[in-house]
Design a protein around this ligand. Structure first.
Ligand SMILES: Cc1cc2nc3c(=O)[nH]c(=O)nc-3n(C[C@H](O)[C@H](O)[C@H](O)COP(=O)(O)OP(=O)(O)OC[C@H]3O[C@@H](n4cnc5c(N)ncnc54)[C@H](O)[C@@H]3O)c2cc1C
Length: 489
């Protein structure tokens, strides 16, 4: 059957709209190489969808034209894609129009202000390579392949958080195109309500084209990764608990119990990533981790860039276009993150978490399992001392950090097993954490690691009403309701 096209047909309208775009903007239709690359470069296979087309704006005015197109076609849905790492399907993918921000690739360092302009088409890995070697920014650092865009819109925990807070605490100004089509630069003294809302408010307020971020000096570092067999669990738990009283802001550890399917066999391994933001940490900081019998899967690093390139979990080159020289850790997978928000750590909480994961391994392979892990990431109680008031509540004196739960599997049919299971485990562990005094009730859930079913009120808590009124002001016709994400009413 020949598809009927009329003036109101979105494809026809898009063809017209394409003529008004800047010469550098691109539109890719199904079957083209550009389309295939864009729709397949997601971290999770479960995020892939087949959009009507892929639109790559090159300048802010292209996005203005896009919002005009949407205004004339109320049924058009869309998605905005940065680095393609967010887990819930449909948050940066769509069967409508995919706005791929890949052409916003600026990483421009300003020596006079020591700030850097970063485009939403960049992954953190690129940003670090393009900054002067003695400067850095508090962006993703435990997993550099993550996109700047989602990270900066949701919060941004990193190895630098003990020193500099979240990524959203390090943003000086934001360039955004709001649904009316207006192009704005927002900061603390200009459209400050929108600036406040965009720091943690996700994709509720428009399409961001640039973040100007504060940079910090970067010197040599200490980075060591230890791996342990499962029989060392008790000792590693002790080491985490002893470390969790750490108050040295230069140090950070991430420790995870990882079950991976390798040649049809489930292999458990415990990993501790130890980071110190100077070449030589004080002896006592990591000595307990070092003393447990271990292997070291990667060499120790003394510089930031090498560490970024080599950390486990970074390597998904086939999906992110990093080139054949990068070896992938895992075959392509579906999956989800979830998180339990913690105010502190106790042995009993780690034990309760491991007691949940252990039995899961029995059914893991039969449900398409590829890898699963709980990730214990203790931050200092002072982690929010430099926090700035913004959309996502993170307040001095109220530590709130994610216990990260990660599940990867293959086969769409296995979604029905894993998605409800993840929600059940998250509720169970949240209740346990509150009972054990490791979490407070109603702690704001972290947008970027939340499972699909999380209520938006759980993310924004007391800030939700203010966010709703800001949204009403800047998106009164609810254009952003036509894209996926945790939607502020
Ligand atoms: C391997 C891995 C490691 C991670 N490690 C960390 C970590 O250490 N710390 C941490 O805090 N988080 C971490 N995360 C979570 C990460 O912060 C989120 O997944 C984040 O959303 C990824 O951003 P992205 O640009 O890659 O994602 P995308 O999927 O492209 O986008 C995420 C959301 O942002 C929206 N968006 C994208 N670009 C724009 C734009 N220009 N304007 C408006 N909206 C836009 C999208 O519509 C989508 O809803 C990790 C995730 C993965 C997969």
């Amino acid at each position: 059957m020949i598809r009927k096209t009329t003036m109101s047909d979105p494809i026809e309208a898009i063809k017209k709209f394409a003529k008004d775009l800047s010469p550098e903007a691109k539109i890719f239709y199904p079957g083209s190489a550009g389309y295939e690359h864009s729709v397949s470069s997601y971290y999770w296979v479960s995020s892939e969808q087949n959009p009507l087309l892929v639109f790559q704006p090159a300048v802010a005015q292209d996005i203005t034209m896009f919002f005009k197109l949407l205004a004339g076609h109320q049924k058009l849905s869309f998605a905005i894609k940065g680095g393609g790492h967010i887990a819930p399907p449909g948050f940066s993918s769509t069967t409508g129009l995919l706005v791929d921000m890949a052409l916003f690739r600026q990483v421009n360092y300003h020596a006079d202000t020591q700030t850097v302009d970063i485009g939403p088409g960049r992954l953190w890995q690129d940003v670090y390579k393009l900054l002067p070697p003695d400067r850095t920014v508090a962006g993703a650092s435990s997993c550099a392949g993550v996109g700047v865009a989602g990270f900066n819109l949701g919060g941004g925990y990193s190895n630098k958080t003990n020193q500099f807070g979240l990524a959203i605490d390090n943003i000086q100004s934001i360039d955004v195109v709001v649904p009316s089509g207006e192009v704005l630069k927002v900061c603390e003294i200009s459209n400050e309500d929108l600036f406040w809302a965009l720091k943690g408010g996700g994709n509720n307020f428009g399409i961001v084209t640039n973040w100007t971020m504060i940079t910090q000096a970067q010197g040599p570092i200490y980075s060591q990764t230890y791996q342990y067999t499962l029989d060392q669990s008790v000792k590693v738990v002790d080491a985490i608990i002893n470390y969790s009283t750490n108050v040295d802001p230069l140090s950070n550890i991430e420790t995870y119990w990882e079950w991976t399917v390798d040649n049809g066999k489930l292999t458990p391994i415990i990993t501790a990533e130890c980071f110190y933001d100077r070449l030589t940490p004080p002896t006592e900081v990591f000595q307990e981790f070092e003393a447990i019998p271990h292997t070291t899967p990667t060499p120790a690093f003394d510089n930031w860039l090498d560490r970024m390139a080599a950390l486990p979990g970074n390597r998904q080159s086939h999906r992110l276009g990093w080139g054949a020289e990068v070896v992938d850790d895992l075959p392509p997978f579906r999956g989800r993150f979830s998180c339990v928000m913690l105010s502190g750590f106790k042995k009993e909480l780690i034990a309760a978490t491991l007691a949940v994961f252990g039995p899961l391994s029995i059914d893991f392979i039969s449900h398409g399992g590829v890898q699963m892990y709980p990730d214990f990431w203790p931050f200092n109680p002072s982690l929010f001392d430099n926090s700035k008031d913004c959309a996502w509540p993170h307040v001095k004196g109220s530590p709130n950090t994610p216990l990260v739960l990660n599940f990867k599997w293959q086969g769409e049919e296995n979604d029905a097993y894993w998605v409800p299971m993840i929600e059940k485990i998250t509720s169970q562990l949240t209740a346990a954490a509150i009972e054990l005094g490791c979490a407070v009730a109603d702690a704001p859930v972290y947008y970027n690691l939340a499972a699909d079913g999380v209520a938006v009120a759980s993310i924004y808590q007391g800030n939700l009403d203010k966010l709703s009124s800001i949204r009403q002001k800047w998106d009164s016709t609810k254009v952003m309701d036509r894209t996926g994400g945790f939607r502020i009413p």
